[in-house]
Design a protein around this ligand. Structure first.
Ligand SMILES: O=C(/C=C/c1ccc(O)c(O)c1)N[C@@H](Cc1ccc(O)cc1)C(=O)NCCCOc1c(-c2ccc(O)c(O)c2)oc2cc(O)cc(O)c2c1=O
Ligand SMILES: [Ca+2]
Length: 484
């Protein structure tokens, strides 16, 4: 459950938050596949409660009404088309699975697929679920339950959301059948939302009943789904993430917190020479890593001071470090612009999601940020693919915020977080030749639109990054995108 089964030459996952299935399929073919992205996390594909009372907040998709594949992102047919087209483009699909709960206490009672329910009596005919399928006696998780009481965190309602009992055979069947329908349609795995609110023993039974990945979509026979469990655990809680790493991968929230701190200037970059478990992070094979996600980019959730697209220069540098370093399985956030932390995606007055427009410079419009289309970000996916399974070698730093390292003999990256210029002859570990810095520009025909770097026969090159440069990163690697 810890192998994402990316196609060869592909790496890194992007969360296309609130994108429609047709648009994701287009993006796989026109951008993600050609740029070497490994996969896409998609918003929950199952029917959710329609909450007009809060003008369609983003979190309505985290209130299931049924497991019918009908949401504002599309229907079952569009879902199947997206998975087929993305797999054909070498890009895997990972749905966000909301299996801890159903809806909360909002007055609405109609779902995106037309299902209705009587929530006060725990009735969800769209599944169907009734009172016996939910935990009893009724209780709601309180503030200090997180620190004291692991059983209340699992058996009581999270934020008033009706809490399913995954301990019964009937509930397990509904969940397993839902997830197996998606596996048979070709998905490569799942994000398990709110995993810490479910018993590891119940999750283990559910995972064991999932089908192998569908070989018709290019997966080796006997492949188990890639599963990464959302467990927000920054320490001090009764529920610990180690309870879940024995089952499958886990979201490593400390990763984004520490790198945000470093690239915001609260911690010297030189300390990143030991980046990985030495920093208290999970073992490499257990960790799904990211800078920000849909929840903490809005300030609540784990840790308030996470870098997001709103701090562009520092964010790009932190993302570049995440993609340049071999630790963890990285996920990129791709957002829509927001000022109100409750607001949902750009929509018309009927509530239909508006598709991202693609500008002539390949950036997005219509209110979509598309961080994954920012040059430093997609170019570092190419860097990560070129680096392959090499480690970190030839680390250099200036004793404060100028750092550089190689990935075997394939790739070299340098960062300047100091307020003065980085001007050094450094070991790049690359074969002699001229390389285009993929951060400040790209290779076009036989020249570089940004910085060009000449590597001598000793592997050394003159590296310069000034504080006034648009980006604080320089990256070159052996591959068509960089080497002249
Ligand atoms: O802020 C939110 C939504 C946050 C959220 C949504 C999806 C996630 O995957 C997530 O990590 C957080 N929701 C708003 C509004 C809201 C929604 C529903 C509701 O019944 C009450 C309020 C809010 O203010 N929520 C209360 C604080 C955030 O408490 C939530 C958490 C959560 C936050 C921190 C933790 O350490 C933790 O273990 C769980 O997970 C959810 C998961 C869901 O699937 C659906 C939810 O409504 C929530 C969720 O409310
Ligand atoms: Ca629960």
């Amino acid at each position: 459950y810890k192998n994402p089964y990316y196609a060869s030459g592909h790496s890194a996952m992007v969360h296309l938050f609130e994108w429609k299935w047709d648009d994701i399929a287009d993006e796989c073919e026109r951008f993600l596949g050609p740029k070497g992205f490994g996969g896409v996390q998609i918003s929950p594909p199952n029917e959710n409660l329609v909450i007009w009372g809060k003008n369609r907040p983003w979190w309505e998709r985290y209130q299931p009404m049924s497991y019918k594949l009908v949401t504002r992102s599309g229907n079952e047919q569009q879902f199947a088309d997206m998975v087929r087209r993305c797999n054909n483009a070498g890009v895997r699909i990972y749905p966000d699975a909301i299996i801890n709960h159903m809806t909360g206490n909002d007055p609405e009672n109609v779902g995106t697929g037309g299902s209705t329910g009587d929530f006060h009596n725990w009735q969800y005919p769209g599944v169907p679920y009734g009172r016996n399928d939910f935990n009893w006696p009724h209780c709601v998780i309180g503030g200090n339950d997180y620190a004291c009481c692991a059983d209340r965190v699992r058996n009581c309602e999270l934020a008033g959301l009706k809490d399913l009992n995954q301990g019964t055979e009937y509930v397990r069947d509904q969940i397993v059948n839902y997830m197996n329908r998606l596996i048979d349609l070709g998905v490569a795995g799942f994000r398990i939302d709110a995993a810490k609110h479910m018993w590891p023993g119940d999750l283990s039974v559910i995972y064991s009943r999932l089908h192998n990945l569908n070989t018709a979509h290019g997966f080796p026979s006997g492949s188990r789904p890639y599963i990464y469990q959302e467990v927000i655990d920054l320490g001090g809680e009764a529920v610990r993430r180690e309870e879940y790493t024995s089952l499958a991968a886990v979201t490593e929230f400390k990763f984004g917190l520490e790198l945000s701190n470093a690239f915001k200037g609260n911690n010297q970059l030189k300390w990143l020479s030991t980046w990985g478990p030495a920093w208290g992070l999970l073992p490499h094979e257990d960790a799904l890593t990211f800078i920000d996600n849909h929840d903490n980019q809005r300030g609540h959730g784990a840790g308030g001071n996470i870098l997001t697209y709103k701090q562009a220069k520092q964010y790009k540098a932190a993302i570049a470090f995440m993609l340049a370093h071999p630790y963890g399985e990285p996920q990129l956030m791709s957002s829509f612009d927001f000022w109100d932390t409750e607001a949902g995606p750009p929509m018309d007055h009927h509530g239909n999601i508006i598709s991202p427009s693609i500008n002539s410079d390949n950036t997005c419009g219509n209110g979509w940020i598309c961080e994954h289309r920012w040059r430093p970000i997609y170019q570092m996916v190419g860097f990560r693919n070129a680096a392959g399974n090499t480690g970190v070698n030839d680390w250099w730093d200036n004793g404060s915020n100028q750092i550089a390292f190689c990935r075997g003999g394939n790739a070299f990256v340098a960062f300047n977080g100091d307020s003065w210029a980085l001007n050094e002859s450094l070991q790049t570990c690359l074969p002699a030749g001229t390389y285009c810095d993929v951060i400040s520009g790209e290779k076009s025909h036989h020249s570089c639109t940004g910085k060009a770097v000449t590597v001598g026969h000793d592997g050394r090159a003159h590296i310069s990054i000034s504080p006034g440069d648009f980006d604080m990163v320089l990256a070159i690697y052996v591959g068509s995108e960089s080497r002249l």
